[in-house]
Design a protein around this ligand. Structure first.
Ligand SMILES: [Zn+2]
Length: 174
């Protein structure tokens, strides 16, 4: 997808880029309160062109990432969603919630150990990555604290854990 295709997709699904940004803004506040707490500082966000995804993530990871979170020395940090993710409200919601767990991990590192690690998550992760190298690569960016928190949040939001952990293209985009 080049930039023109990104713009066409966004206009087709959302009507305009402004509408998409409005939706992200309100979801970020709603999900941020659920995931990080009412008082938490929320990250900034941006929608990035699809072609940035392979540049940033590398082809080896490909599209298992719908976005990324960049911490900012204890500041708010930034969530980027790639345009190809923005095919529906539920895709955007899932991607935002995933990146907010990264934000939570960076900003709440002190209290990550109060929940037990969900062993059943390992079964889910192994079924997503039958190749141990790919699993290892994914795990290097997703700690046990991340998986623990993600399991809780996915349950609260009613999102299947496998969809929450890893982005897989579910909608065909022209
Ligand atoms: Zn992630």
């Amino acid at each position: 997808m080049d930039i023109e295709e990104d713009i066409r997709l966004i206009n087709e699904v959302w009507g305009s880029e402004d509408n998409l940004h409005e939706f992200i803004d309100s979801e970020l506040r709603r999900l941020g309160a659920i995931i990080c707490g009412e008082a938490a500082k929320l990250p900034n966000f941006q929608v990035q062109p699809t072609e940035m995804a392979s540049e940033i993530m590398g082809f080896s990871i490909g599209r298992s990432c719908a976005g990324r979170y960049e911490p900012d020395n204890g500041q708010c940090g930034t969530i980027s969603l790639f345009a190809f993710t923005c095919t529906s409200e539920s895709e955007v919601r899932t991607a935002l919630a995933h990146e907010l767990v990264h934000h939570w991990e960076v900003t709440n590192s002190s209290n990550t150990s109060d929940l037990p690690y969900p062993k059943e998550a390992d079964t889910v992760i192994k079924s997503i990555f039958p190749d141990p190298n790919k699993e290892g690569r994914w795990r290097s960016g997703h700690s046990e604290a991340f998986v623990t928190k993600a399991s809780v949040v996915a349950k609260v939001l009613g999102i299947p854990l496998e969809d929450f952990l890893v982005y897989r293209k579910r909608t065909t985009v022209k």
